[in-house]
Design a protein around this ligand. Structure first.
Ligand code: UDP
Length: 410
């Protein structure tokens, strides 16, 4: 059952009532505009996570907001996963057929969808070619990129660029992702919802119950990575780091994750992870069904250290979620992660398996230091990466596009 959305006013307790007033003020100026968000999966991964939380708030503010999901078949998602990897800088080969599959799928979806919003936000590369139809609909169109495109493979970027340049604007999650484009570019960082089932405060009993149900023993400190089983999240690298840690500190590793309907590579990566883990009783691999929000919340809270050893990353909401829970985080210095972690102040950045292992050991051995990092990390999230700030920047962006003027957060 979908979670009931909190009321906008409920966020005042976390972010202050002034923020709520600002949101209402900005929304009033946009009086009843129709907004549409389009992405390629309703669940799994960070984009669906954000849209699920953001859209009810848009509606509560009086903006008539709809969420459409692109429908694709297996060849389409195989193609777009290659695009995703290539934008992250991985070498991928594309055939003419790949591009045809992409364009045909976009065209098929356009026959079905009504894209008549005053503001249309197209998320990521999968539906980017929808922009071909924008003249028919009017409205202002924005490409919202959640991927690290700081060093893309040019074959994929060139293909996409011709669509992107037809939007009114593009949004990137971190300054280093900005591109040479002929359209305006905005920087808006993603966010988490502090009141969602995944992030709300839990009682000790709730954590204990969830951990018991998941059959995760609590006799040793827990080191966790929560992620889709994706090569770029480097779950195998986490196991290697954990094996180094285990030489000197006793701990248990939890790798928890599920799949996303637009990610066809999950099963293969999971098989590699299982093989690498062998029958080590201290490595628990949990396949979580969609909607395991309370479970993820509890696992993160029950962990001594949370890891995100990604090789590439758009932003890494899993890092934000762990920081918000006051957890010491060890995460790779890739994509949006350095925006979230000031090294040795609000978490630890790492660059290798050995580096990750070193930092995990350090935190397991120094609980006082780990706690301080966690506290600082949580404050950083409170100030920068909560849903209300995100919503405010979307509203400011819509106003900026309508007025043609710049806004101060850029
Ligand atoms: N997530 C989840 N179930 C899983 C794995 C991940 O709900 O099995 C969530 C995770 O808690 C986070 C989001 O999916 O909210 C992942 O976002 P992130 O930006 O970390 O990575 P992405 O998957 O978008 O690359």
């Amino acid at each position: 059952m979908p979670e009931a959305a909190p009321l906008l006013e409920d966020y005042g307790v976390v972010v202050g009532s002034q923020m709520i007033d600002e949101l209402k003020f900005l929304a009033d100026r946009l009086g009843g505009r129709r907004v549409q968000h389009i992405n390629s999966t309703a669940q799994g991964g960070g984009v669906a996570e954000i849209l699920n939380r953001l859209i009810p708030l848009f509606n509560q503010l009086g903006l008539d907001t709809r969420w459409e999901v692109l429908e694709g078949n297996a060849p389409f998602f195989e193609m777009t996963k290659k695009v995703h990897n290539a934008l992250h800088g991985e070498p991928e080969r594309f055939s003419r057929k790949d591009f045809r599959v992409y364009l045909e799928c976009n065209a098929e979806n356009l026959k079905r969808l009504t894209l008549d919003g005053d503001a249309v936000f197209i998320h990521d590369p999968q539906p980017a070619a929808f922009v071909e139809s924008r003249r028919k609909w009017g409205g202002r169109w924005v490409w919202r990129c959640h991927v690290d495109v700081s060093a893309p493979q040019m074959n994929a970027w060139r293909f996409l660029e011709r669509f992107i340049n037809r939007f009114d604007a593009a949004i990137f999650s971190a300054p280093q992702f900005a591109q040479r484009l002929s359209i305006r570019q905005f920087l808006i960082a993603p966010s988490i919802d502090p009141l969602s089932e995944k992030n709300r405060e839990l009682t000790t009993e709730e954590v204990d119950r969830a951990m018991d149900q998941l059959q995760i023993p609590r006799d040793k400190p827990i080191v966790t990575q929560v992620s889709r089983f994706d090569r770029l999240k480097d779950p195998v690298g986490v196991i290697e780091a954990f094996r180094i840690v285990k030489k000197s500190v006793d701990a248990r590793l939890v790798l928890a994750g599920g799949g996303a309907s637009d990610d066809p590579e999950g099963a293969e990566v999971l098989a590699q992870v299982r093989q690498r883990a062998g029958n080590d009783p201290d490595i628990l691999i949990l396949e979580l069904p969609p909607g395991s929000n309370l479970q993820i919340n509890a696992i993160q809270r029950a962990s001594a250290v949370v890891v995100q050893k990604s090789l590439r990353e758009g932003f890494a909401l899993t890092v934000t979620e762990a920081l918000w829970k006051g957890k010491p985080v060890v995460a790779s210095a890739v994509g949006g992660i350095p925006l979230q972690i000031a090294h040795k102040y609000g978490g630890m950045l790492c660059h290798s398996v050995e580096g990750a292992a070193h930092r995990i050991k350090q935190l397991l051995n120094s609980p006082g230091f780990a706690e301080r990092l966690g506290k600082n990390g949580r404050e950083h999230v409170r100030q920068n990466f909560l849903l209300t700030r995100h919503l405010k920047e979307y509203l400011l962006l819509m106003l900026a596009l309508e007025s043609g003027q710049d806004v101060t957060f850029l």
